[in-house]
Design a protein around this ligand. Structure first.
Ligand code: CR6
Length: 834
């Protein structure tokens, strides 16, 4: 396949060639028309932002026939549909991606040029839909891209947050959060479907009643009802006519006015009630791996899951398929526990509303659901306090009690007399205050449970979900994460894309294992030098961006050593800093020291309430300020913090990396996906044996991966034995000196308070074993420096990284989900309307 569309445009047959033609002239006409008829802008006064909207609308027109035809095809062919339930979809800008997937890039460039506009400038006008925090949300977006590209019938279901992830500014070195008003200028990609809406109950109590047949039934009498409205976004596959749907729900008050209250004169009470309803989808919780059991978060989860399941049932009704066959028509995947209330909600819908009996409803539920776990961190495993849960979802609590009663009977039958096990496995936790354990609900209610990298699945089976694995080993499997090569190579790295197309042809775009054929070119010096030129240009591009954003000037000839990801203690940005400061001290002591010049680049957001993470950002910026201004070291070291790491600037960052920092405490990072994006773009990894690093190293071979640090087993053992970070300090004078330097206020104009909490965290408890891994990390960085000093060797290793990244395509991951969990077949869509 190539990157041009494989079928004719459907509209041709209905005589609308001019309207949605794919040639530059037709596209130009579309832009001009939208500027006039949709936007109402005089061409002479149109800004790039106006052109962005006009082009986006013209491109959406060109998706429309495919989109409708895809929906129609699924409906007609009565095929199984994958429903990916996720509280987050970190989509990133749509325009460039849709142009790529439709094969319209050159046409768009030409059409705009004819109008005196530059495509890249126009692309930069798009506000980024940041409806996610990090890896988990971006994974969902990559999976949508692969599902459509592989022609799998699928829908993404989620929340249309009015404010996505906050925009990060850096002021005086500190993170400042600004609200993300991504919908401010409208969203040309979505189509509101006000007729697709559902009522969602909240609070109140339950009652029993006898139905016409005299059977006892339960009725939920809610305290409040909110309406969920569908907003659809097209998800166009690459090189195919399949255009799937992302359906996001927005909350609205049931009545735009409470007329009762209005008539009694309580106008403001009525308006307030309306506002309360609409807060449900106002804002994304900005916590990666969250711990907080907030009522509004539960409301968000229940709201979107209920709308989605009601939608599935409605579509089944429309197709005339009896509800008993729900699981034949839907595979419902839970992206972490966030949508796991779906297990109880589907039971409620089937029993209370469709009047199925318990056993039948339960068989359907378990057959339909699959659960993906994304974390082992105990503080990130979702639980809800029982009283809160009862107050918000009284009917669901009853259902969960009944699921639990039957489940624990099963456990007792299998393991007689083992009450400790029963307590461990219960859906209700009794340690301290009682809680509902969402990971247990998801596990009991799903026929398939998976982790997101081999090591992670292994740890899941042997720790957090060990009891469940013992009971149902057949439910468990691994599905190592993947990333889409369309966005993270073709779009992000046009230089490399061109080289690959020229060298290998274009099938790597839909078969990433084709990059293996690059290995045949590794020994070609001309190829290596082309490779280096591309990397150099990418580094220039990033250096320019960093200079405009931060004022820090970086030299593209230096080693670009990059760590971008959420700021978290377990990800150990502070270990990276300790290495930088070690080099800094060594250079200060010996200015003639022969170390290769390096630019250390960081980026990432901290949860607004995460005290230590915010201090780490401040410390990075403080160290950057000191080092960059010090002529004794700044010809060998520079440090930059890229503000507001997001999908858009990620596309500039990954292709510019020489070295990818994946240095989490072993056993803590479930998979990582940034590690794969760096590899795809030819960066070498320095990393621990954690998450998907393990598999990356397997693919590239030990000699092409900079490995250091304790293994997950060693970490666990050390912590069991009682880890004392002070022991590591005593034996390492250089480490002690670095920590003293941070503590002394050296980087804070003498203020010895700001960084004290960070230093004390390391010296007193060091929960993520930063000090234990310090010496190995510094030594490993010396191996990096020595490899870097041989550019030919480095380039060989870099090419090999790209060549061996085939396994980490989201296409591979999605095929595994489809084959092994969902039982899903691709469905060819042809947009040709005969
Ligand atoms: N924070 C994991 O920590 C993984 C992604 C996607 C995470 C990360 O290692 O790559 O999910 N977990 O599987 C959660 O969000 C709970 C993440 O992004």
């Amino acid at each position: 396949k190539t990157n041009t569309p494989t079928t004719s445009q459907g509209a041709a047959a209905v005589g609308a060639t001019v309207r949605v033609g794919l040639d530059p002239a037709a596209l130009q006409q579309g832009i001009v028309d939208h500027l006039r008829y949709s936007i109402g802008q005089l061409p002479a006064l149109a800004t790039p932002a106006h052109y962005y909207r006009a082009l986006a609308l013209a491109v959406r027109d060109r998706l429309q026939d495919r989109w409708i035809r895809t929906t129609e095809t699924y409906f007609e062919q009565e095929r199984k549909l994958a429903c990916y339930l996720s509280a987050e979809f970190l989509l990133g800008p749509h325009l460039a991606n849709n142009l790529l997937n439709l094969g319209l890039e050159e046409a768009a460039r030409g059409a705009l040029a004819a109008l005196g506009q530059d495509l890249d400038t126009i692309i930069d006008c798009e506000p980024e839909p940041g409806l996610g925090n990090g890896g988990l949300g971006r994974l969902a977006a990559c999976y949508l891209d692969s599902l459509a590209t592989l022609a799998y019938p699928a829908v993404g279901y989620g929340i249309r947050y009015e404010f996505g992830i906050f925009a990060q500014q850096i002021r005086d070195g500190w993170q400042i959060e600004r609200t993300d008003k991504w919908l401010h200028a409208g969203n040309p990609w979505e189509i509101a479907k006000p007729d697709i809406c559902y009522e969602v109950n909240w609070g109140g109590h339950t009652e029993t009643y006898a139905d016409e047949a005299g059977l006892q039934r339960v009725r939920w009498v809610p305290f409040r009802v909110v309406k969920g409205l569908a907003y659809d976004t097209p998800i166009q596959g690459f090189g195919v006519d399949t255009c799937n749907t992302l359906r996001l729900w927005s909350a609205e008050a049931v009545e735009s006015f409470d007329f009762q209250a209005f008539n009694t004169g309580d106008y403001f009470e009525a308006v307030e009630a309306k506002l309360r309803s609409e807060t449900v989808t106002k804002v994304l919780y900005p916590n990666d791996e969250p711990a907080i059991g907030k009522r509004l978060r539960l409301a968000q989860q229940y709201f979107f899951v209920s709308c989605s399941l009601q939608d599935m049932l409605r579509i089944l009704d429309l197709a005339g398929v009896p509800v008993e066959r729900f699981a034949e028509r839907y595979a419902v995947q839970l992206n972490d526990t966030h949508p796991s209330i779906g297990v109880a909600e589907l039971m409620r819908l089937l029993i209370d509303e469709r009047h199925l009996d318990w056993d039948q409803a339960w068989a359907i539920t378990v057959a339909a659901f699959g659960y993906t776990n994304h974390t082992l961190l105990p503080e990130a495993l979702e639980t809800w306090s029982l009283p809160l849960f009862r107050e918000c979802l009284p009917r669901h609590l009853e259902i969960i009690f009944e699921i639990n009663r039957r489940f624990l009977d099963q456990v007792r039958a299998r393991f007689p007399g083992d009450e400790a096990r029963v307590a461990r496995m219960s859906l209700i936790g009794e340690v301290g205050d009682k809680q509902v354990r969402m990971a247990h609900l998801a596990s009991v209610g799903s026929h398939a449970i998976n982790g997101v990298a081999a090591l992670h699945t292994d740890l899941l089976e042997n720790s957090v979900l060990a009891d469940f694995h013992e009971l149902w080993p057949e439910r468990f499997s691994n599905k190592t994460n993947g990333v889409t090569p369309r966005r993270f190579l073709a779009l992000a790295n046009p230089g490399l894309r061109a080289l690959l197309d020229r060298t290998l042809g274009t099938d790597w775009l839909v078969d990433l294992t084709a990059l293996r054929r690059l290995e045949a070119h590794i020994e070609d010096p001309a190829f290596r030098s082309e490779w280096r030129a591309i990397k150099h240009a990418n580094k220039r591009r990033l250096a320019d961006y960093i200079a405009t954003q931060t004022g820090v000037e970086l030299d593209p000839n230096w080693l670009f050593d990059i760590q971008v990801k959420r700021i978290h203690e377990y990800k150990r940005q502070h270990l990276n800093l300790l290495h930088i400061l070690t080099l800094y001290r060594r250079l200060k002591a010996d200015p003639g020291l022969g170390i290769p010049p390096r630019a250390f680049i960081f980026g990432g957001k901290a949860a607004p309430g995460y005290f230590l993470a915010k201090r780490i950002i401040k410390l990075i910026n403080a160290v950057a300020g000191t080092i960059n201004a010090d002529p004794e070291v700044n010809e060998r070291l520079k440090v930059a913090f890229v503000p507001n790491f997001n999908v858009r600037n990620a596309e500039l960052i990954y292709p510019a990396a020489d070295l990818s920092e994946q240095i989490s405490t072993a056993g803590k990072e479930a998979s990582g996906t940034g590690n794969m994006k760096f590899m795809l773009n030819g960066a070498l990894t320095i990393g621990t044996l954690d998450g998907a690093n393990v598999e990356i190293r397997e693919q590239v071979g030990d000699e092409n991966f900079f490995l250091f640090g304790l293994t997950a087993d060693e970490v666990a053992r050390l912590q069991r034995q009682g880890y004392r970070s002070a022991d590591w300090l005593d034996s390492h004078a250089e480490l002690r000196a670095v920590l003293d330097m941070i503590g002394s206020g050296h980087f804070a104009s003498g203020d010895s308070e700001v960084f004290r909490p960070l230093v004390e965290n390391l010296t007193d408890s060091d929960p993520f074993l930063v000090l234990a891994d310090y010496a190995a990390y510094v030594a490993c960085q010396e191996r990096v420096a020595s490899a870097w000093s041989d550019p030919e060797r480095w380039t060989r290793m870099a090419i090999l990284n790209t060549a061996r990244c085939g396994r980490f395509s989201s296409d591979r991951a999605i095929r595994e989900y489809a084959d092994e969990i969902w039982g899903l077949q691709p469905v060819a869509v042809s947009a040709h309307i005969a």
